[in-house]
Design a protein around this ligand. Structure first.
Ligand code: GLA
Length: 391
């Protein structure tokens, strides 16, 4: 469905929109459940994302509308807000709350949102709407934040206002993403490098299992907790701040400190996955996509068996991929428990991959996945020309 957001805005608010902004979603190539353990991740921004079209009003009211949801909200400008019922507008409301909390003078706004990221697909629709709102407020009201500060503010909103203990990867990736580049991000120091994703004869496929990530939030917080338990145990002998401060060899020498077998599996995943990201960066730089792909398969295996955040739907995509010689690698991406998998597929064989993966998955799971060929796009920004064109 194509939308002319400018015209839709006019229909809804009976006035002209003044500005439009876009923030993408993201996929993570490798380095899963690493960001809150202070290690390395390799996400990239995708061309799906969230748009917001806006005009200030003189009524001191924030009006939230969406082309994706019927839920809407009109709320007067006040000193602070609380998350109300479960609704999409809690994300932008949380961002407004944090701007007010930091002492910024805001004015009423009429806002129309539209997103083409499948919801609950693990492609970071929440980070996308948070970051696009933060960027918009910063621009409209001269907030004076730099991009990293906006990322940190958006993460605080997700952690405190929304209540999910996520790391910084998603907000960072959707803000700093660059076309055709992956971000090699150190989640401890927040230093990053935008590295070329020269995939040669391969393309990146995104396979949405179409299984909403129901368990994601509660199990996510449980995994964060388990990692903290593992860290405490290791700190009895090691002077470290994060699990990712050690590599697998050092881990082997100290793993006896972790007495709970489940916690041990979680730590093993984290530390080995962090090592895999380093190898994956080398493979990508050398154009060795077969090695990169094997690391993706290894990552999935560890997420399935050690970290236990996969599920039969994501596993089905990887199982099929392993049988197809035109696929270099595949894995779940994001938090897990449903959502999306990614695969490195030969461009010439993409259509067959899409058909066969769909058939395999449907026979096994009972409903179809959605398969996309993904483009790596830019991070958050002001839209100049696209305001009046169809999106
Ligand atoms: C979610 C979180 C991220 C990250 C991933 C797992 O997307 O929001 O911070 O932890 O899961 O890698």
């Amino acid at each position: 469905m194509k939308h002319n957001l400018y015209r839709e805005f006019q229909n809804i608010f009976n006035k002209e929109a003044e500005k439009a902004y876009f923030s993408p979603g993201r996929v993570n190539l490798i380095g899963e459940h690493i960001d809150y353990n202070g290690g390395l991740v390799m996400p990239c921004a995708i061309t799906f994302g969230t748009y917001v079209v806006v005009a200030p009003n003189n009524d001191n009211v924030f009006r939230f509308r969406s082309l994706n949801f019927n839920d809407k909200l009109d709320i007067p400008l006040k000193e602070n807000y609380k998350k109300s019922k479960e609704s999409w507008f809690n994300y932008p409301l949380g961002i407004i709350d944090y701007f007010l909390h930091d002492g910024h003078q805001l004015q009423g706004l009429d806002m129309l949102y539209y997103g083409d990221i499948p919801i609950s697909s693990g492609l970071s629709s929440s980070a996308s709407i948070e970051v696009v709102t933060a960027y918009m407020l910063n621009d409209l009201f001269n907030g004076g934040y730099n991009k990293l500060e906006l990322v940190q503010l958006a993460k605080r909103v997700e952690n405190i206002f929304i209540g999910v203990n996520c790391g910084i990867m998603d907000q960072f990736a959707v803000a700093f993403g660059e076309k055709d580049k992956a971000l090699m991000l150190n989640c401890d120091t927040l230093e990053y490098q935008a590295v070329n994703t020269n995939l040669g004869e391969y393309v990146l496929a995104i396979i949405n299992t179409n299984k909403p990530r129901k368990l994601a939030e509660s199990k996510y917080n449980e995994r964060v907790q388990e990692c903290q338990t593992a860290l405490k145990a290791l700190q009895q002998e090691l002077d470290i701040q994060h699990l990712c401060d050690i590599d697998s060899n050092t881990f082997k020498q100290h793993q006896h400190l972790i007495t709970d077998s489940i916690v041990l599996k979680r730590a093993k995943h984290v530390i080995e996955e962090n090592d895999r990201v380093k190898l994956a960066a080398k493979a990508l730089a050398n154009g060795d996509l077969l090695s990169f792909g094997q690391l993706m398969y290894d990552s999935h295996d560890s997420l399935k068996n050690q970290y236990e955040v996969s599920g039969k739907e994501l596993d089905a995509v990887v199982e099929y991929s392993l049988t197809n010689p035109n696929v270099a690698g595949a894995r779940m991406t994001g938090a897990g428990f449903g959502g999306c998998a990614i695969a490195l597929v030969k461009e010439s064989a993409f259509d067959t991959f899409s058909k066969e993966a769909t058939a395999y998955y449907t026979a096994k799971i009972g409903y179809a996945p959605s398969v996309y060929s993904s483009l790596i796009g830019d991070g958050v920004g002001l839209l100049k020309e696209t305001l009046s064109t169809n999106i």
